[in-house]
Design a protein around this ligand. Structure first.
Ligand SMILES: Cc1cc2nc3c(=O)[nH]c(=O)nc-3n(C[C@H](O)[C@H](O)[C@H](O)COP(=O)(O)O)c2cc1C
Length: 205
């Protein structure tokens, strides 16, 4: 199945329960690749994607308020936000080195300081929020990629963060940002899309 972009936008919905049909490895990798290619602020890619397979669904669902989509997913992808996004951090120096050689010291430091102008003054909680907003871009890109191949999904923000962090035994600089449950819809959506009209959300200035 290869859907047009318009069809993908119409067909994607927050799927509440999935069938037993498994997602193939090829499709899983296609979805992960869509996440990898997502844009991010300054190209920081402040994420990791953890693929959780079905055997852990029950445990994961328990710490996601028992949500059935998490419990029945073929895979749950947990998107982690990373918070080592300041000029002092090796990870960011490495990201910046991709566009400017550190041997060109002056230019490298100028770019490093410019790119981290916003993050350098943030505390850990604010860095997490900063990284999480980029994770949402990868999240959306993965959900749309999945739908393009007829695979349904649900974005999951309803979870006990500390418990999911513990479940994955996360350490600095990683924290759970959001989850994407993936599978095939058990039933059609109960409601048609509810959205504000264009007139309510668009302003021409
Ligand atoms: C960041 C985020 C977190 C969400 N968390 C949940 C969730 O925990 N459980 C759930 O069933 N739906 C969740 N949703 C789905 C939204 O409720 C849903 O996208 C919205 O109501 C619009 O419906 P639609 O996606 O079917 O068009 C989440 C969506 C986003 C963007």
């Amino acid at each position: 199945m290869n859907l047009s972009f318009e069809e993908i936008l119409k067909q994607r919905f927050a799927c509440k329960a999935f069938t037993n049909q498994e997602i193939t490895k090829d499709n899983l990798e296609f979805i992960l690749e869509a996440g990898r290619l997502a844009p991010s602020t300054c190209g920081f890619e402040p994420w990791n994607f953890v693929v959780v397979s079905k055997k852990d669904n029950a445990n994961l669902s328990t710490i996601c308020f028992g949500q059935e989509n998490v419990a029945t997913a073929s895979y749950n992808i947990i998107l982690l936000a990373r918070t080592d996004l300041q000029a002092k951090d090796e990870y960011i120096k490495k990201q910046v080195a991709r566009i400017c050689s550190p041997s060109d010291e002056k230019r490298f430091n100028n770019i490093l300081q410019a790119y981290t102008y916003e993050t350098n003054t943030l505390n850990e909680e604010q860095l997490y929020a900063y990284a999480k907003s980029d994770c949402y871009l990868a999240l959306m890109q993965m959900a749309l990629a999945a739908m393009s191949r007829g695979i349904d999904s649900c974005m999951i923000g309803g979870f006990e963060k500390d418990k999911v962090d513990m479940f994955l035994e996360l350490k600095y600089p990683f924290q759970t940002a959001v989850i994407l449950s993936l599978g095939y819809r058990r039933e059609e959506p109960k409601y048609s899309k509810k959205r504000l009209s264009l007139a309510e959300v668009v302003r021409y200035y």
